[in-house]
Write a protein that binds this ligand. Sequence first.
Ligand SMILES: [Fe+2]
Ligand SMILES: [Fe+2]
Length: 475
Amino acid sequence: MSTIDYSEKIPNNVNLSEDRTLQRALEQWQPNYLNWWKDVGPEGSQNFDVYLRTAVSVDPQGWAQFGHVKMPDYRWGIFLNPGDPNRKIHFGDHLGEAAWQDVPGEHRANLRRIIVTQGDTEPASVEQQRHLGLTCPSQYDLRNLFQVNVEEGRHLWAMVYLLHRYFGRDGREEAEALLERRSGDADNPRILQAFNEKTPDWLSFFMFTYFTDRDGKFQLCALAESSFDPLARTTKFMLTEEAHHMFVGESGVSRVIARTCDAMNQLKTDDPAKLRAAGVIDLPTIQRYLNFHFSVTIDLFGADQSSNAATFYSTGLKGRFEEGKRSDDHILKGQTYRVLEVHGGQLVEKEVPMLNALNEVLRDDYIRDSMAGVERWNKVIEKAGIPLRLKTPHKAFHRNIGALAGVKVGPDGKVVSDHEWNARVEQWLPTDEDRAYVASLMGRVVGAGQFANWIAPPVMGINRQPVDFDYVRFN
Ligand SMILES: [Fe+2]
Ligand SMILES: [Fe+2]
């Protein structure tokens, strides 16, 4: 079961050839997918040979095979973690019952919505990143971008398989619609706002893969607990791919910081103007990008109080992060959780039923996890002997969803007047000038072992290859 059959048109480990109807339906979707990739996938890259990893098994050891492939020939397929026939539901009202191998009729609409919402983010990020290859800082980075892109494409396949296999005609229609919506399109946008924002430069890309792909991790972890076993198994395998995306983001930002600190020490200055004249990205600009991506991403967890979140949990559709490691009753009735609201010009905590606050629970788990990486970035600054530290903004800062939507709160968590917000927003969020400066640095560097001036080379290459390996052959 764990070995993937590559002799078939659609590589898979779900015995696709035994279900002819399903196989035919997916084989009809496949050329539409490829057209979508050619239309809005990585620009100008169709003929490149890229050093990519491809899944060859779902075993934790040795699932990936590396080699140069043209991206339209990448073997996108359907890979589920092995199932446990005795798996039991371990949270919510059905606790202790057998996990579902099929979709219970009463949960069909909600499950479809969950799968479509997750599925929609996958092609969206490919669309958001499609121009970045034109301004890559190195071949190594270009390869990492493309690896992320092909895997997001595969994540779309993962969700489309579920839609086709378990949701009949509705599912097939949703699978088509996933190829029709477009990131940032005025008439037919992607479902979630962070996936309609632009990813115009590589600092944004690294911040996106650090913060927004990490949202992906937390959503997938919550779905990996699902009572609907095929969803749990497919998201578990997606998580192994997601880890690389977050590595690209964390190491990318870290290398930008390292290069900046290097210039600060060489020039003995922390003056942004002087550092910009030297062609590196000053730390306050990095902080503003961080503030933007963090705040936009934490909105993705949804409203702090949500009856849908309660329903998804109680009915067993979506668990908490690391549900199995928690020692409470996994039903949560009668328990409470603290959420924030503004009262008399101040942020105050309010106790609400925990079931309704599960979006907030997941958001708080996410915030803890993302702060850990920011501390690793701070180590780079500290090692360079520079006193400044980066900080994740307060979770009430720059929010657009839930009780805090539109409330003016500074990154330090202090409620501010409209006047103060307007006076200080340029210190807190990237300005047009910041974005124009970062954009001005973006030029294409693709010589073997060469790196753009604004970023340090990585410590080591991919799959133990040297840093100056030919990761992309341009033909
Ligand atoms: Fe993904
Ligand atoms: Fe991802």
